[in-house]
Design a protein around this ligand. Structure first.
Ligand code: NAD
Length: 493
C-alpha cells in the first residue's frame, strides 16, 4: 500500500495531499482530526498536510510500542539485524524518491545534500544490522563456586525526537540503534520536515512487526511534551536545540529515565599559516556546511585564520563561494538550496544585520547578493571584524553565516576557540601533524577533524561536550550504552 504519494507531493498538482502517521502498524490521522501544513521553502508552497497530533495519539503509540516490545525484545539479535538490513536495502531502492521529498520539505539541495543523506541512511541501517551480535555480556572470575555474568537487556519503549535539518539520517540513527538493541520506538518527526521520515517508515513498516516503529507528527508542545512525561517511555533520545534539550533533561530527571541529548553548536575552525591553499579553503567550506545553508549542528561557523594568511585565504574563500549556485533544491544545478522556513530566514537575516549594525564587515554574501527564486534564499555569507562577545560570534545562527577572526598566537587562538558554552565539533587545518594533533587535543569539543570537513561515519563516536549534548549514541559501544541496561546474574555452583 502506498501511504506517501510522492508524485502528488512533488508534482504539486494543486490538490495538497493529507499524509498519515504510523501507530501500531496502521496509518491514520490524529485523534483530534487537525492538520498542519508542510511547506516547500524554496517555492513557498504548501506540499502536504500532516496530522497535528496530541496526547491521545502519544498514548496510543506508546501502548502499541509496549505491546510490540514483548516479542521484539526477545527476538535473537541477528534476526532483528536481518530485518534492519532489509530496511537498508529498501531505502537504497527508493533513494531518489525519499531524497526528492527531503529536498522539497527542507530546502536542502538534492545533488549536494539530500541524495547523500538518504544513501547514508541505508548505510547506517546495514551497519547496525550487521552489528547485531555485538550485544554481548561479560563473565567475572570469582572462583569455581560462582558463575557471575552480565547480559545487556533492551530498555523497553524509547521516545525519540528529531529536528528538521537532516531529518532522515537523524531519524535513522535513532531507529537503527533503538531497534537493533531490542527496544521499540515512538519517533516524533519535526513539523517542518516529516515527509522523508514518513516515507522511510512506510518502507520499514512493510518489514517490521506492527508497533515496533511508530512515527508521530505534530508540534513539540503537543507531541514532544506528552512523550517526555509518559510513564511507559523508558528512555528519551533527543536531537535538537540546546534550549529544548534542557526541557527534555528536566522531564527525564523528573521520572529518572536515561536521556541522550544531541544539541546545538558554534564550532571553531582553526587555519594555521601553512595551509593557505585551495584544499584548506574547500575544507572550511565543507566544515561550514555551506551547501546545507549552514543548517548543521557541526557547522564550523567561527573561522580563526592566522593573520599572515588572513587576506589571501579570504580572497580564495570568497572566490570559491562565488562559484556556489543557489537555487531550487530539486534543480540538479543547485549547490545550495533554501533556508527551511520564513521564521528561520528572518532569524538568519537578523544575525547578519545585527553584526553589520555593530560595525562588522561583509566580506561576501548577505542579503545584497541576488539569488534565484522566490524562496527563503540566503547567499553564503562571511563577516569579519565581529567582536568575541557579539551574538553572531557566540550564538548558533543555523544559517550560511561564517564569522572570520584573525589570530597570531597559538595559545590565544585555542583559548578563543574554547571560549564557548558549546563544545560539539572543531576543525584544524595544518600540514604539520604535530601542530594539528596538539591543537586537536586542546579543543574542548566532542569531535575534531584535521584537514577534513566532512560528515560523521557510522561506527565512530559522536556527541557534544558542554551545552552541546549529553551521551554518545553513534558508535556500537555508544548504542549499547545508550539503549541497553546491564544486568548481572550471579549463580552459586
Ligand atoms: P528544536 O529544538 O526547536 O526542535 C527539535 C525537535 O524537538 C522538533 O521535533 C520539535 O518539534 C521538538 N520540540 C520542540 N519543543 C519541544 C518540547 N518542549 N518538548 C519536546 N519536544 C519539543 O530544534 P530545530 O530547530 O528543529 O533543530 C535545530 C537544532 O537542532 C539546532 O540547534 C541544531 O544544532 C540541533 N541539532 C543537533 C544535532 C546534533 O547531532 N548535535 C543534529 C542536528 C541538529
Amino acid at each position: 500500500m502506498t501511504v506517501i504519494n510522492s508524485e502528488q507531493i512533488l508534482i504539486e498538482t494543486g490538490s495538497v495531499p493529507q499524509v498519515h502517521q504510523l501507530i501500531g502498524g496502521v496509518w491514520g490521522p490524529s485523534d483530534n482530526g487537525q492538520w498542519l501544513p508542510v511547506e516547500n521553502p524554496a517555492r513557498r508552497t504548501t506540499i502536504a498536510y500532516i496530522p497535528e497530533s496530541g496526547e491521545s495519539d502519544v498514548n496510543r503509540a506508546v501502548d502499541a510500542a509496549a505491546e510490540a516490545f514483548k516479542s521484539w525484545g526477545v527476538l535473537p539479535p541477528r534476526e532483528r539485524g536481518r530485518l534492519l538490513m532489509a530496511i537498508g536495502d529498501k531505502i537504497a531502492e527508493h533513494q531518489e524518491e525519499i531524497a526528492r521529498l527531503v529536498a522539497s520539505e527542507t530546502g536542502n539541495a538534492l545533488r549536494t545534500q539530500a541524495r547523500g543523506e538518504v544513501a547514508s541512511s541505508a548505510d547506517v541501517f546495514r551497519f547496525y544490522g550487521e552489528a547485531a551480535f555485538q550485544q554481548k555480556g561479560e563473565t567475572f572470575p570469582f572462583g569455581e563456586n560462582l558463575l557471575s555474568y552480565t547480559v545487556r537487556e533492551p530498555l523497553g519503549v524509547v521516545g525519540g525526537i528529531v529536528p528538521w535539518n537532516a531529518p532522515v539520517i537523524l531519524s535513522t540513527m535513532k531507529i537503527a540503534m533503538a531497534l537493533i538493541t531490542g527496544n521499540t520506538l515512538v519517533l516524533k518527526t519535526a513539523e517542518l520536515a516529516p515527509l522523508g521520515v514518513l516515507k522511510l517508515a512506510e518502507l520499514a513498516n512493510d518489514i517490521l512487526p506492527a508497533g515496533v516503529l511508530n512515527v508521530l507528527t505534530g508540534t513539540g508542545q503537543d507531541v514532544g511534551g506528552p512523550m517526555c512525561r509518559h510513564p511507559k517511555i523508558a528512555k528519551l533520545t533527543f536531537t535538537g536545540s540546546t534550549g529544548v534539550g534542557k526541557e527534555i533533561l528536566a522531564a527525564a530527571a523528573d521520572r529518572v529515565v536515561p536521556v541522550t541529548l544531541e544539541l546545538g553548536g558554534k564550532s571553531p575552525a582553526i587555519v594555521f599559516p601553512d595551509s593557505d591553499d585551495l584544499s584548506a579553503v574547500q575544507g572550511v567550506i565543507a566544515a561550514m556546511r555551506f551547501t546545507r545553508q549552514g543548517q548543521s549542528c557541526t557547522a564550523g561557523s567561527r573561522l580563526y585564520l592566522h593573520r599572515d594568511i588572513f587576506d589571501s585565504f579570504l580572497e580564495k574563500l570568497t572566490a570559491e563561494l562565488a562559484k556556489l549556485k543557489i537555487g531550487d533544491p530539486l534543480d540538479e544545478a543547485s549547490d545550495m538550496g533554501a533556508i527551511v522556513s520564513g521564521k528561520q530566514y528572518d532569524t538568519v537575516i537578523r544575525y547578519i544585520n545585527g553584526a553589520l549594525d555593530q560595525g562588522g564587515r561583509l566580506v561576501t554574501g548577505g542579503i545584497e547578493r541576488p539569488v534565484d527564486g522566490d524562496g527563503y534564499f540566503v547567499a553564503p555569507t562571511v563577516i569579519s571584524g565581529a567582536g568575541e562577545d557579539w551574538a553572531v560570534t557566540r550564538e548558533e545562527v543555523f544559517g550560511p553565516v561564517l564569522v572570520v577572526i584573525p589570530w597570531d598566537n597559538e595559545d590565544e587562538v585555542i583559548e578563543a576557540a574554547n571560549n564557548s558554552h558549546y563544545g560539539l565539533a572543531g576543525y584544524v587545518f595544518s600540514k604539520d601533524i604535530s601542530t594539528a594533533i596538539r591543537t586537536a587535543n586542546r579543543l574542548e569539543v566532542g569531535w575534531v577533524q584535521i584537514n577534513r570537513g566532512g560528515g560523521q561515519l557510522p561506527g565512530m563516536s559522536y556527541g557534544g561536550n558542554k551545552q552541546s549534548g549529553l551521551g554518545r549514541e553513534y558508535s556500537i559501544e555508544g548504542a549499547l550504552e545508550s539503549f541497553t541496561n546491564v544486568k548481572n546474574i550471579t549463580i552459586a555452583i
